[in-house]
Design a protein around this ligand. Structure first.
Ligand code: F6R
Length: 362
C-alpha cells in the first residue's frame, strides 16, 4: 500500500506534484487573472474585512505564516498568525471586520478547534482550510476551503504543507481581486508562480539521489540550523520541525538575521546550516549570515534559484526559477534531507516516538 516506497512519508513526498495539481485544478484562469474558490463568504463581507487572523498548530501554522506574507503583499489586509493554543480574541478588535482562518490538515486538532470556538464566541466569521471533508472543524466554521491533497498517513506532514500554501496563495489572489488591491496583470504573475509548482516540485524529486548523498554525508552533525528571510523563514521553521520530528536531531529554524542575536554562540565546525537563498527570500541579505557561520567552521547547504551564482555555498541545491513560490519548492529539498538523515539512523519514520498524527487533546 506504500506504492513501492519504504515509508508513507516518502510516498507522500513523491505525491506532491499530483496533490498540487488536484489542489489547483479548475480554480483559476491564468489569462484573466481570476480565481474561483466556490466560497460561501460573500464578496461584500470580504470587502469589509480589515484584518485576518490565521490560527493553526505545527506545520499548518508554518503554512499559515507563508500565506500571511503573501496575503499582506497581495491584499494589503493586515494578517497575523497565531499558534492556536495561545489564541485569545482580543477585545480591541472589531469582530465584524476580522476574518479568522483556521488551517488544519486533519480538521480535528483540539487546540485549533478551541481557538475557532473563541473566535466564534467573539462574533468573528471563520473559514477552515483543511484536507478532510466532514471533519469537526468544517461543522464549526462559516465556510471551508479544501486543500484536496488526498489522505496523508505519515505522522510528519509533507504534501499537505505544499497544498495548504498553494490553497492559501489562491485565496490571497482571490481576495486581492475581490478587493481591487491587485490588478489582473499582477494576479497573473502570482498565478504563473502557482501554476509552475507541480513541475518545479517534480524537478526537486528528480534530484533525490543527490539529496540522499548530501543527507548521508552531513547527517552526523551535532545540530542543524535552518535559516531564511521572508518566505524563506516559514520554510526554515518547517524544515527544522521535519528534521527534529523524524531524526530526533537538534534542529532549529529562525530568520537569518537573528543568528547574530544569539544562536551564533552554538555554531561550531560540527554544525550544518541549511539556508534558503532563492527568489522571495531576500537572499542577498542572507549572504552575510552565511559568511558568519562559515567563519566558525559550519557547513552551509543552500537552496538557490537556478542560474544564480552560488560559489559561496558549500553544497548547492538548485530551485527552478518560478518567482515568489520558490521557497515553497525549497521545502521539498528539506523534506528529503530530513527523510534520508532519519533513514540513515534507522528511525521509525512514519511513526516517530511520542507523536500522533492528529492531536485531539489540548
Ligand atoms: C508536523 C505535524 C504537526 C501538525 C499539527 C497540526 O509534521 O504534522 O505539527 O501539523 O499537529 O495538525 P493539523 O494540521 O491536522 O491541525
Amino acid at each position: 500500500e506504500k506504492g513501492g516506497f519504504d515509508h508513507y512519508m516518502l510516498k507522500e513526498i513523491h505525491e506532491q506534484p499530483r496533490a498540487l495539481r488536484q489542489t489547483l485544478s479548475g480554480r483559476f484562469d491564468i489569462d484573466a487573472g481570476t480565481v474561483d474558490l466556490d466560497l460561501d463568504l460573500e464578496e461584500a463581507y470580504l470587502n469589509s474585512v480589515e484584518e485576518i487572523q490565521i490560527i493553526a498548530c505545527g506545520t499548518s501554522n508554518y503554512a499559515g505564516r507563508y500565506a500571511a506574507e503573501l496575503l499582506e503583499s497581495v491584499t494589503e489586509v493586515r494578517t497575523s498568525v497565531e499558534v492556536a493554543s495561545e489564541y485569545e480574541f482580543d477585545g480591541g478588535r472589531d469582530p465584524w471586520r476580522t476574518l479568522v482562518v483556521a488551517v488544519t490538515q486533519s480538521g480535528e486538532t483540539a487546540d485549533t478547534l478551541s481557538a475557532v470556538r473563541k473566535a466564534k464566541q467573539a462574533g468573528a466569521r471563520t473559514l477552515a482550510v483543511t484536507n478532510t471533508l466532514g471533519s469537526t472543524v468544517t461543522r464549526e466554521v462559516d465556510d471551508s476551503l479544501f486543500i484536496r491533497a488526498g489522505p496523508e498517513i505519515g505522522v510528519a506532514a509533507t504534501k499537505t504543507f505544499a497544498s495548504q500554501v498553494a490553497t492559501l496563495s489562491l485565496f490571497a489572489v482571490y481576495l486581492g481581486r475581490v478587493r481591487g488591491s491587485v490588478s489582473s496583470a499582477e494576479a497573473t504573475t502570482v498565478l504563473e508562480s502557482i501554476r509552475a509548482l507541480p513541475g518545479a516540485v517534480q524537478q526537486i524529486l528528480d534530484d533525490e539521489d543527490y539529496i540522499r548523498e548530501v543527507a548521508e554525508e552531513h547527517g552526523d552533525s551535532n545540530a542543524f540550523f535552518f535559516i531564511g528571510r521572508r518566505f524563506g523563514h516559514p520554510v526554515s521553521l518547517e524544515g527544522a520541525l521535519k528534521l527534529k520530528e523524524i531524526s530526533y536531531d537538534h534542529a532549529e529554524g529562525f530568520p537569518a538575521g537573528e543568528l547574530k542575536h544569539g544562536p551564533l554562540a552554538l555554531v561550531t565546525p560540527e554544525t550544518t546550516v541549511l539556508a534558503v537563498v532563492t527568489e522571495g527570500s531576500n537572499a542577498d541579505e542572507t549572504l552575510n549570515n552565511i559568511k558568519e557561520v562559515q567563519a566558525r567552521g559550519a557547513t552551509v547547504i543552500g537552496a538557490a534559484s537556478a542560474g544564480d551564482s552560488t560559489e559561496y555555498l558549500d553544497v548547492q541545491f538548485s530551485v527552478p526559477d518560478i518567482g515568489l513560490l520558490e521557497p515553497l519548492v525549497t521545502n521539498v529539498y528539506w523534506q528529503l534531507f530530513a527523510y534520508y538523515v532519519a533513514k540513515s539512523k534507522g528511525r521509525n519514520i512514519d511513526k516517530p516516538r511520542n507523536l500522533a498524527k492528529s492531536v485531539t487533546v489540548e
